[in-house]
Design a protein around this ligand. Sequence first.
Ligand SMILES: Nc1ncnc2c1ncn2[C@@H]1O[C@H](COP(=O)(O)OP(=O)(O)OP(=O)(O)O)[C@@H](O)[C@H]1O
Ligand SMILES: NC(=O)c1ccc[n+]([C@@H]2O[C@H](COP(=O)(O)O)[C@@H](O)[C@H]2O)c1
Ligand SMILES: [Zn+2]
Length: 263
Amino acid sequence: MSVKSRIPLILLACGSFNPITNMHMRLFELARDHLHQTGRYQVIEGIMSPVNDDYRKKGLVSARHRIAMAKLALETSDWIRVDPWETEQESWTETVKVLRHHYNELQSKKEFMKNKQPTERSTENFLSSQCSALPELKLLCGADFLQTFQTPNLWKKEHIQEILEQFGLVCISRAGSDPAQYINESELLTKFQHNIFLVKEWIQNEISSTQIRYALSRGLSVKYLIPDSVIAYIAYHNIYTEESEQKNEGDLLQPLKLHNTAM
Ligand SMILES: Nc1ncnc2c1ncn2[C@@H]1O[C@H](COP(=O)(O)OP(=O)(O)OP(=O)(O)O)[C@@H](O)[C@H]1O
Ligand SMILES: NC(=O)c1ccc[n+]([C@@H]2O[C@H](COP(=O)(O)O)[C@@H](O)[C@H]2O)c1
Ligand SMILES: [Zn+2]
């Protein structure tokens, strides 16, 4: 299959990014390599969508800062961008609705670009009149994210189904998580496994935002784990403190509040 006849594809990663780490950016690079190696896809854009403040996760600092840090970190990427839409909504948005939003955006852009000249931007090029099909939009995540599908009251079954059936998932391995096992254990995931790309990261790396926040709060170095520009931003605004770590302490995650019918 020539590069031109490949299916254009956009990767969307949803998460706290509190703060963004080098591994968050690696997820995109790993997923793109894997999809290109299938010979069927051409990855044209990566979108990082930080979660709304109303998600209520412990230690979640303001979206304004999380967005600013992600923008700084992604300055050196020519294909991954941060999208603030989720953070601009009045409350937390279910992930399937974030996917729907971005897909609708693509459709509107396509309509707009119909008779326009191609520009230097990759996505707009694909949306111009030369290409009839819309790009596919897939949710990008780490293996622990896939595991959360099993948590009672966290996800609606019909949402998991829509994510898998209408969009698809690209899942990067993570130490301590066995995505193949989660698929086997779930009838729904097994049914749609043709739409789940499992990507093995051979250079295992257990950077996590939580560990970064802990290190920072103890005054330890996080250099080479997150970009220098992000380290400088955190220091300048004194973002991660003992106080910020107490935020939402004891609170229930918004999806659990919304989906727990027993409450
Ligand atoms: N080291 C890693 N390996 C694989 N996937 C990762 C890794 N770190 C983060 N991810 C993935 O990145 C996405 C966003 O994750 P998130 O913002 O929760 O980061 P995190 O490092 O897991 O933070 P926290 O420690 O606060 O949970 C999720 O899909 C998560 O699985
Ligand atoms: N039902 C849902 O749509 C649902 C439930 C739990 C988490 N999520 C999303 O998954 C991501 C999880 O991020 P964290 O791993 O940082 O908690 C967030 O973007 C959150 O909005 C979605
Ligand atoms: Zn996480």
